[in-house]
Every structure is written in structure tokens, then in C-alpha cells.
Design a protein around this ligand. Structure first.
Ligand code: GDP
Ligand code: MG
Length: 162
């Protein structure tokens, strides 16, 4: 079977946009309001002549558990079925308490994590991406899922650990 890459992160950071960018087609549902991606959706993807399975996560309806717990729970389910994890953070917002909750969960999994600092649409925003070194997953890869900026370097890094 193909190796599995799970895309995790809090709502609205651009996970589904990044999935579409990687797939090269608009298949994952992107919304301006969070809460539209079903819990976990798998896609067949390829890069550098290799096939892999991409798992997009969502399902962020606010229930009694609250948003932190829902995000961490969905991220954990996806991470458990994955060989590597692509953690997406909004570089313009920076690391939030919800991001930190996901980071703590991922650290326990001991699986390879590549950190994507998304919404870096231009060079000026790269400083914001660099601030995400603080999350402890090594080099943050500055990307713009919307425009495709930086995604090739990020995918090369993913392939080294997948
Ligand atoms: P998800 O909830 O993490 O799956 O996020 P979505 O992919 O649905 O995107 C949420 C919003 O962020 C949408 O309005 C996207 O157009 C926007 N977005 C995603 N990636 C980028 C990016 O690289 N730059 C900018 N400026 N906006 C983005
Ligand atoms: Mg989504």
C-alpha cells in the first residue's frame, strides 16, 4: 500500500486548499467559514514519481467538547493512520493555543512531522513563518497554498520522511 500523509491543523489554516494544490485539482472543499470538511477524506496523490495517500481532516463542528478537543481528536485519529504528518499553521496568525494542543499530541506519536507555515503569499511574510521554529518541529516551510509558493520544497521535505 502507498504511504499515508495526514494533513492536520486547526480550522481555516488552509489544509483543504493545500490538498487541492498538492492534487493539482479542486477536490477538497474549501470554505471561508470553518467546519466544512468531513472528518477525514483520503485522496491519491503523487510527487517526484511516488504515489502516496493524502488524508485531509476537518469535522470541526462545535460540540460539547469545544474546539480544542475536537481539533486535537481529529488530528490524532488522522495521525494514527498516517506514516507522516503535515502540520499546517497560519503563519499570519502564529501559533495559537489550539495549535499548541495539536503539537503536544503529535509529539507523543513519535511520527515524522513536517511543519507548513501557510498563507505566506509573499516574501515579506517569511519572517512570520520563521517564528514557528518555536513549535519544535524544525524548519517551518513557508508556503502559499493559494498561489503555490513554496509547496515544491515542502513536498520534497515530506518525501524524505514518508
Ligand atoms: P481548512 O479549514 O484548514 O481546510 O482551510 P481552507 O482550505 O478551507 O481555507 C480557509 C480559508 O483560507 C479560505 O478562505 C482559503 O481561501 C484561505 N487560504 C488558504 N490558503 C491560503 C493561502 O495560502 N493564502 C491566503 N491568503 N489564503 C489562504
Ligand atoms: Mg478543510
Amino acid at each position: 500500500p502507498d504511504p499515508v500523509l495526514a494533513i492536520v491543523g486547526r480550522p481555516n489554516v488552509g489544509k483543504s486548499t493545500l490538498v487541492n494544490r498538492i492534487l493539482g485539482r479542486r477536490e477538497a472543499v474549501v470554505e471561508d467559514t470553518p467546519g466544512v470538511t468531513r472528518d477525514r477524506v483520503s485522496y491519491s496523490a503523487h510527487w517526484s514519481g511516488r504515489n502516496f495517500t493524502l488524508v485531509d481532516t476537518g469535522g470541526w463542528e462545535h460540540d460539547a467538547k469545544g474546539i480544542h478537543a475536537r481539533v486535537a481528536e481529529q488530528a490524532e485519529l488522522a495521525a494514527d493512520m498516517a506514516d507522516a504528518v503535515l502540520l499546517v499553521v497560519d503563519a499570519n496568525v502564529g501559533a495559537t493555543a489550539t495549535d499548541e494542543a495539536v503539537v503536544r499530541m503529535l509529539r507523543r506519536k513519535k511520527k515524522p512531522v513536517i511543519l507548513a507555515a501557510n498563507k505566506v503569499d509573499d516574501m515579506v511574510q517569511e519572517a512570520e513563518a520563521a517564528a514557528l521554529w518555536s513549535l519544535g518541529f524544525g524548519q517551518p516551510y513557508p508556503v502559499s497554498a493559494l498561489h503555490g509558493r513554496g509547496t515544491a520544497d515542502m513536498l520534497d521535505a515530506v518525501m524524505e520522511v514518508l
